[in-house]
Design a protein around this ligand. Sequence first.
Ligand SMILES: Cc1cc2nc3c(=O)[nH]c(=O)nc-3n(C[C@H](O)[C@H](O)[C@H](O)COP(=O)(O)O)c2cc1C
Length: 219
Amino acid sequence: MKLLVFLGTVRDSTPPKPARLGARVSAAALDCLSSQYSEHEVELIDALDYPPEPVFKPHFAYAKGRAPSRLDELAQKIDDADGFIMISPEYNHSMSPALANLLNHFGSSLFAYKPSAIVTYSAGQWGGMRAAVAMRTFLSELGCLPVSAMIHVPKAQEVFAQDSRLQEGEEKNSWYKYFGRTFNQLIWWAQAAKTQRTELDPHQMIGNFTKQPSERNAP
Ligand SMILES: Cc1cc2nc3c(=O)[nH]c(=O)nc-3n(C[C@H](O)[C@H](O)[C@H](O)COP(=O)(O)O)c2cc1C
């Protein structure tokens, strides 16, 4: 399976401390995937590498072949992927606006009929739970339905050190087993969806709306 791991933090400064805690979480997720799921192709998409333009213009707003090459390349990666892992901090009980902004650049037809997994974290005690609940709605609308298991890392700075290694007293096996429940669900669904996409092209069968979301309205 081809999996894209989106990292949604672009905060590279304090306060509050620590900054870019998400880099520790994504490093752990990537380490878990490379050590326990090495048969799958995994690529990190870091929102920091896609700074927002002053005026929002999504990939699908450009005439074919006229979008900036970085957007075109990412659109192709999303199209080629079989599943997505979305890693987000919680800001004011919501998902990262940088992650939402990056994902908003691409039409749902690129994400649809492939599963996603939600990973949230925070410096506080709830591990981004409130952001995660809202992410379910967001990702469902994109068509990459989130699997039921989710990963939440409360007080992530107490779990992962600055070099992303587990802090003393934290059990790698326990954390990777916890991650694995979500990743196993994701891979199961990704494989099932891939098989079914080859059997029956959902874009042909269901049809993507091409001009207006109202194309799917009730009569
Ligand atoms: C604008 C802002 C809002 C925040 N809101 C929350 C919140 O609602 N819940 C929470 O647990 N932590 C919240 N925090 C603290 C973050 O969990 C903490 O700063 C964490 O390091 C963010 O991840 P990042 O460093 O990868 O950006 C907030 C931080 C910022 C900067």
